[in-house]
Design a protein. Structure first.
Lengths: 198, 328
């Protein structure tokens, strides 16, 4: 899948790069779905010999390809939530010199970056590469509930049911964009949903 | 009154002080302690901060930055430790020879260009020689909050090990000393290996040591943001050169043993500064025109800016050539 060019936006919006192999004592790569391809692009036998891959396929069939790269450790998780305890354990045991690589959807990269930051790695030292779905992880600013994989703007909060406008205002702490009620002044006056980048 | 750096003002706010103690520590290093002349408490500072001391040397004003090395929790006293540099420009010699208890001096509000990253899980300090001074204040600060730190301190000889005895006595399990004359060296690669995530390292010492720490940490995969360093440059002597200050409509000559910044000040032109050592960026000056070569020595401008010939840091950099015109 080709890479999506995000349109220019406000400073709050995260900017993703392109993964590159960096010198390090160990390498932790966390990816979901098409993010597997970003790992395959930089994989070499030497790098993989020091790499722990944590991968969430989300319906794709890249897992066997990643496994065939022969990483030092490979874990395939059904969901991010199911994988996060392993991510925490790996970071808890890690030392300085660990390189962290994140690839795939914004929701995965944001949440995994948060775990790495809480473990003491500055966010400027964490590499990211966006691949695959451009759907967003959204926080409803009214009920604080998180709705995953939002593709349209506006959308309905999966917790409180308000009609929410999709903002580019991003919270690194929550790893989510902010969704704000779009029809507060005039209830029911909701524009037809369209794709976020349409 | 504000301690915050203010653009376009010459230096931080000043404080009149009395010298309350002069304590020789060894052949090269002497500690000077100050209290405010007005009897008030000093402004609070954080470990790693420096002050610029004004010395009145027979009418010639010398302004040298020194790290504050006293306990940041004690605001009655500021202390600096000065290493005598017999080949230097004379500031440290003036402090050693001419300053005694009871003298009145002027120092600036503290400015910190080398602060602790308080998000760090652990702080590792690497000191070379007189580079121990900022760590004295940082250690005192961390001890008040039960901080997690260790010190690796390289000295030439036991006789020149400034504060070694005090540090070893107070923190026997955290302080590691290495003497050059006993062929002891910091095993940096081993030291970096296995440090917990979130460790920050801080290095203060000679340029070679600072470069070595940055390069070794980077090769071991340490993020740049976790490696901190401070090196004050002293201005180097050089051929005299002439400078046109176009805003002030003055032409000045920079002497062999004075910096461009000092020459500008001597001409009565107010120029901003804070560290006078090429690191803070306050004295950055635009070049209007030039015909010659810059001798850039600062840590502030990028290589591209150095090559562009559009900026100069007058605290440490010089010029050689036909003409130089500055926007000052």
């Amino acid at each position: 899948m080709s890479k999506f060019e995000f349109p220019p936006s406000i400073k709050s919006r995260p900017v993703y790069g392109t993964l590159e192999a960096r010198p390090g004592k160990g390498h932790l790569m966390i990816a979901d779905a098409d993010g597997a391809e970003a790992i395959m692009d930089i994989a070499t036998p030497d790098l993989m010999a020091q790499t722990h891959i944590i991968y969430i396929p989300r319906g794709t069939d890249f897992a066997d390809k990643l496994r065939s790269l022969n990483p030092a450790q490979f874990y395939e998780g059904p969901t991010y939530a199911a994988s996060v305890s392993r991510i925490r354990r790996v970071l808890q045991d890690a030392h300085m010199g660990l390189q962290v690589y994140l690839a795939g959807t914004e929701g995965l990269m944001g949440q995994a970056q948060n775990e790495a930051m809480m473990a003491g790695i500055p966010h400027t030292a964490i590499q990211t590469e966006h691949r695959g779905s451009t759907a967003r992880r959204m926080q409803c600013v009214h009920c604080k509930g998180i709705t995953e994989d939002v593709e349209t703007d506006p959308f309905v909060c999966s917790h409180c049911g308000l009609n929410l406008f999709v903002r580019d205002h991003y919270s690194r702490r929550l790893a989510a964009y902010q969704g704000v009620c779009i029809d507060a002044e005039d209830p029911g006056n909701v524009p037809a949903p369209k794709g976020i980048y349409e | 009154m504000s301690a915050a750096p203010q653009k376009a003002k010459p230096g931080a706010e000043k404080i009149a002080v009395n010298v309350t103690a002069v304590v020789p520590l060894n052949d090269l290093v002497t500690r000077f302690e100050f209290q405010r002349s007005d009897g008030d408490l000093f402004p609070p500072f954080s470990g790693g901060a420096h002050t610029v001391v004004t010395m009145d040397d027979n009418g010639r004003h010398r302004l040298n930055p020194y790290s504050l090395m006293s306990d940041p929790a004690d605001l009655t006293t500021y202390a600096i430790s000065v290493r005598r540099d017999d080949e230097g420009r004379g500031g440290s010699l003036f402090m050693h020879r001419n300053v005694s208890v009871g003298d009145r001096m002027t120092i600036t509000y503290p400015v910190n260009l080398f602060s602790l990253d308080l998000r760090a899980r652990k702080h590792v300090f690497l000191a070379g020689g007189i580079g121990i001074t900022p760590f004295m204040a940082m250690i005192a600060q961390l001890e008040h909050s039960n901080g997690n730190w260790e010190l690796h301190y390289a000295c030439r000889t036991p006789a020149l090990g400034t504060y070694v005895d005090e540090l070893r006595y107070k923190y026997p399990n955290k302080v590691h000393i290495y003497y050059d004359d006993q062929n002891q060296a910091i095993r940096l690669e081993d030291l970096l290996d296995g440090q917990p995530l979130g460790t920050n390292i801080y290095v203060c010492g000679p340029k070679g040591m600072i470069d070595w720490v940055h390069a070794t940490a980077s090769a071991a995969g340490w993020p740049d943001a976790n490696v901190h360093s401070e090196e004050f440059l002293a201005p180097q002597p050089g051929e005299p050169f002439e400078v046109r200050l176009c805003k002030s409509d003055k032409t000045i000559t920079v002497g062999e043993h004075e910096s461009l910044l000092e020459a500008i000040e001597r001409a009565g032109v107010e120029a901003p500064f804070l560290c006078r050592g090429g690191s803070c960026g306050q004295c950055e000056t635009n070049v209007v025109s030039h015909d010659g070569t810059f001798v850039h020595r600062d840590h502030w401008l990028t290589e591209d800016q150095h090559a562009s010939g559009e900026k100069i840091m007058p605290c440490v950099s010089r010029f050689a050539g036909k003409s130089l015109e500055l926007d000052r």
